[in-house]
Design a protein around this ligand. Structure first.
Ligand code: F6P
Length: 518
């Protein structure tokens, strides 16, 4: 069954939001604190998460209307269709079931078998490498793993292995994604083929970057080791069963990506193999459990106390009513440095759409531009514009109560910065006369997401929180979040250019191509 199809701007809740926006759009956030129980109504405590969304340019009246919008767009039913495997990716006629990869409650026996088999394979490979049962071709312990893949076959695994590097069992992860040959050559300079395992990750096994990098690395391996050992040192993760075999990878070393897992949501299954190898299969399972518990919260909590839904409606509010074009993600944790990049793909590839589920061009805003960096580094880079510039940048500030190594003194300074920024963004500072240039209006919004500690489980929950936020935005805005036809167009034209086909190119591009070749 398909997701409901309604133009949100025609609904009563939207029309009321339009009116209410005009009433409150110039109000100062601090004035909303005069509302009764603002802090109770604009915070959610769930397990080891605490979300404070009180520092937003959003009254309780508008919040209620946004919740009504979710109801009017049949969000509850749509969520069920998402989790129960309906073919909600209609343009590709597919279910969207990455949540099944982390579910302990799968009802369909075939699906359960498929998920269990994949997890067993991930576990076995990681345990064998970490325990030293699986050795390199000269009998040495594996020291390095190279993930060859791009987009969803790269960003998630890299972000998570870096985020959870505190939990590493000691093997070094590397990532080859870009087709830039110099990067790969430089990496190969420092690798020893005797102790390195390569994982080629590509759902289609047709992505040019991944295949070219894999071929280059294979050649290097044959030159520096031997062809016979490819079967022991190369693993493939793919939905394509034939192409990895042609590449010389033994069928035992091919892990599958089911059709119903989209690339940008695939890190929970075989695409996460490198994560499981680096942090160990036990921690990988904790990561899955954390994500599952956030799924259950999303599926079962009332909309007004539902973290992903609240984050989604706040995003819709700023994007469509204030016309903010971007949202910043600001983790106060250096290990989460790649979270904004990861969320760029997860969110922008999903909700960057302009045709609705009924086939009409939309007359409202869809996906926001996601960007960000870690605090405190970001404070010394772009926060000036956030504090005093002309733009409103809705942002998620993410902090952990505890430091991993227990250095509470330095952690306290990090936290003081986190607190200071959200306070300053909201309150600003009044200056007049000769000090007018120091005037900071404030009234800049932020969400604070406070989590007990960065663990495999809490990171799983954090990523699942954002995935479910992305689903909610797409559901309410009546777009297909799980295809990516724009990217496909770019891919096919570059394939044509590589094959020397220029017939359909515009004059400007042909000229640049001539200059590049001259
Ligand atoms: O970037 C576009 C995309 O299609 C992503 O959705 C996907 O994650 C990536 O390319 C890589 O595709 P594949 O896993 O098939 O190599």
């Amino acid at each position: 069954m398909a997701l409901s199809k309604q133009n949100p701007t025609t609904l009563n809740s939207w029309l009321s939001l339009d009116k209410q926006f005009k009433v409150e759009c110039n109000d100062h956030i601090s004035s909303f604190f005069e509302e009764k129980n603002r802090l109770d109504n604009f915070t959610i405590s769930w397990q080891d998460f605490y979300l404070d969304f009180s520092k937003n340019r959003l009254s309780s009246t508008s919040l209620e209307l946004l919740i009504d919008l979710c109801t009017e767009t049949n969000l509850r039913n749509n969520i069920e269709k998402y989790f129960n495997g309906s073919a909600i990716n209609e343009t590709e006629k597919r279910s969207v079931l990455h949540t099944a990869l982390r579910s302990s409650e799968i009802k369909n026996p075939d699906l359960k078998q498929e998920v269990d088999d994949a997890l067993e394979k991930i576990t076995n490979i990681s345990d064998q490498i970490n325990s030293g049962i699986k050795l390199g071709f000269t009998g040495k312990k594996i020291t390095d793993i190279v993930n060859i893949g791009i987009g969803g076959s790269h960003l998630g695994p890299e972000m998570v292995t870096e985020a959870l590097s505190f939990y590493s069992l000691g093997i070094n992860p590397h990532f080859v994604s870009n087709i830039d040959p110099d990067f790969t050559s430089k990496l190969l300079e420092k690798l020893n083929p005797e102790t390195t395992v390569f994982i080629i990750v590509s759902k289609t096994f047709t992505t040019i970057e991944t295949l070219e990098n894999a071929k280059k690395i294979r050649k290097w391996f044959v030159e520096n080791a031997n062809e016979e050992s490819i079967k022991d040192h190369f693993i493939a993760v793919s939905n394509n069963t034939e192409a990895p075999k042609k590449f010389g990878i033994s069928s035992d070393n091919v892990l599958s990506i089911p059709e119903w897992v989209g690339g940008r949501f695939s890190l929970w299954g075989s695409v996460g193999l490198i994560i499981s190898i680096i942090i160990g299969s036990k921690n990988f399972k904790e990561f899955l459990k954390g994500a599952e518990s956030m799924d259950l919260h999303f599926r079962n909590s009332p909309f007004e106390k539902n973290i992903p839904i609240i984050l989604a409606v706040i995003s819709i509010w700023y994007n469509n009513f204030f016309k903010c074009e971007t949202e910043a993600v600001l983790p106060y944790n250096q290990f989460l440095g790649k979270l904004p990049d990861y969320l760029q793909q997860a969110s922008m590839e999903s909700n960057g759409k302009s045709i609705d589920r009924g086939g009409n061009k939309v007359n409202y805003e869809t996906g926001s531009i996601i960007w960000g960096s870690t605090g405190t580094n970001a404070q010394h880079a772009f926060f000036q514009l956030m504090h005093q510039g002309t733009k409103i940048i809705p942002s998620d500030f993410i902090a952990f109560k505890k430091s991993l190594y227990g250095d509470s003194k330095q952690h306290d300074i990090l936290i003081s910065n986190f607190l200071a920024q959200t306070n300053a963004l909201m309150m600003g500072k009044n200056s007049t006369g000769s000090e007018i240039h120091k005037n900071i209006e404030g009234n800049k919004p932020s969400n604070s997401i406070v989590i007990n500690k960065l663990t495999p489980s809490s990171l799983g929950a954090l990523i699942s929180m954002y995935e479910n936020k992305i689903f909610t935005i797409g559901s309410v805005l009546n777009i297909y979040s799980y295809d990516q036809w724009g990217v496909e167009l770019g891919k096919s034209i570059s394939r044509d250019i590589s094959n020397g086909k220029q017939d359909n190119l515009d004059k400007s591009t042909i000229k640049i191509s001539e200059i590049l070749k001259s």
